[in-house]
Design a protein around this ligand. Sequence first.
Ligand SMILES: [Fe+2]
Length: 222
Amino acid sequence: LTFFLSHLCAATVSPVLGTVAARWKHSLPDLTYDYGALEPHINAEIMQLHHSKHHATYVNNLNVTEEKYQEALAKGDVTAQVSLQPALRFNGGGHINHTIFWTNLSPNGGGEPQGELAAAINRDFGSFQALKDKMSAATVAVQGSGWGWLGFDKESGKLRITACPNQDPLQGTTGLVPLLGIDVWEHAYYLQYKNVRPDYVKAIWNVINWENVSERLQAAKK
Ligand SMILES: [Fe+2]
């Protein structure tokens, strides 16, 4: 009877899991600008590879990992669940981070933040220049691959600058809500800036979409 029930169960459950897995597949978001639109600050070749190859790989591997995780959950296999967590962090973080990054950039970007965001920056860092200096320094200083972040601390209501290694996602790792991320993996700049990461970080301020950063701050405050 137990044998019969377990097989009946498996047969009943697996189509349901199949539906759930299919519904939750992640996909590569489209950019709202052309690959060459951020030139001369970030060239088209970097943007094309970064979006269509690197980000796409995180998305594909996230979907594969989630499928394996569903299987492990269905089997009650906790060991398999635990062993999948580094891949979930890496590929899930890669997808989350890059999805934010593309919207943080714009061919019409640069200049200075306005309104409430500008006021919050002045309050928490002293000036916009001070924010740029502090965030640039934290971002350039990332050892190996990682990201520099401007985040919002919901508890204190303040802006914070920090950095995360690898693809660790800001909110899942620190609790800070991500407002602006700067990708300093070599794939983000090497083809144009070679090993000179500070020049890339200096240039990226010319294409920051402050409207998007403002919208993220508004959403984080709700
Ligand atoms: Fe990247």
